[in-house]
Ligand binder design. Structure first.
Ligand code: SF4
Ligand code: SF4
Length: 185
C-alpha cells in the first residue's frame, strides 16, 4: 500500500519485484477511513462496494491494532470492522501495472500517502518495515521498501520521497482526526 510518490517508487517493482500496492495471498492493503471512501467515491464515481472490503476483527484484535498504531485510536469505536482496499489480480484495484496508483495524490487514502512512515505509541516517527540492507535478501524476503533499503537514516528516507518531516506529521494528524471521526460514525 503505497504512494508512488517519486522516482524511487517507479524503480521499486523493477528492483524488488513488486511495489507495496501489490500483495501476496494473505496480505491486506491500507486501512480506509470513511473520509477516504467518500473522497475516492466522489472522484471516481464508483460505488464503495467496488473498492472497499470489510474485515471483521475480534475485540482483542481491534484493541491490539489501536495500541500498536496510535494514529488509529478511536477507529473501532463504532464497530470491529476494518475497511481496506479491495484486491484484484494480486494488487489494489486502483493499481495500474507499470504505472502505479491510478488515483491522484490528493484522492489516495491518507494511509497510502503516509506509507511507509508510521507514528509509534511513544510518539516517535519511523518506517513500518525493517531494513534488510541487501537488495537480494529484500527481494527474497518481501515486505521491503526500496526507499528504506537505499537509505541509512530517516532523513534520507524522507528525501527519497521528496517530502519533509512536517508534511508527514501533518498527514499523521489528518489521519488521526479522520480515524476518530470514522469511529464516531
Ligand atoms: S490506493 Fe493507490 S497508493 Fe493506495 S494501495 Fe491502491 S494503488 Fe497503491
Ligand atoms: S515499497 Fe517503498 S519504494 Fe516501493 S513503491 Fe512502496 S513506498 Fe515506494
Amino acid at each position: 500500500m503505497s504512494p508512488p510518490m517519486g522516482p524511487v517508487c517507479a524503480r521499486c517493482p523493477v528492483v524488488l519485484g513488486a511495489s507495496c500496492c501489490e500483495v501476496k495471498e494473505d496480505e491486506r492493503l491500507a486501512t480506509l477511513t470513511r473520509s477516504d471512501v467518500e473522497r475516492i467515491a466522489e472522484h471516481t464515481g464508483l460505488s464503495p462496494r467496488r473498492f472497499v472490503v470489510e474485515e471483521y476483527l475480534t475485540e482483542e484484535e481491534t484493541a491490539g491494532y489501536e495500541a500498536r498504531r496510535p494514529l488509529y485510536r478511536g477507529y473501532f469505536r463504532r464497530a470491529p470492522v476494518r475497511l481496506t482496499l479491495a484486491i484484484r489480480a494480486g494488487a489494489c484495484v486502483f493499481h495500474e501495472k507499470g504505472r502505479g496508483c491510478g488515483l491522484p495524490g490528493d484522492v489516495r487514502p491518507v494511509a497510502c500517502r503516509l506509507y511507509p512512515f508510521e507514528r509509534w505509541p511513544d510518539g516517535s516517527w519511523s518506517v513500518q518495515m525493517g531494513r534488510y540492507g541487501d537488495l537480494d535478501e529484500a527481494r527474497a524476503g518481501g515486505d521491503a521498501c526500496l526507499a528504506v533499503e537505499e537509505s541509512t537514516s530517516m532523513d534520507e528516507v524522507l528525501a527519497a520521497f521528496r517530502t519533509t518531516r512536517e508534511t508527514i506529521e501533518s498527514l499523521g494528524e489528518q489521519l488521526a482526526e479522520e480515524a476518530r471521526a470514522h469511529g464516531r460514525g
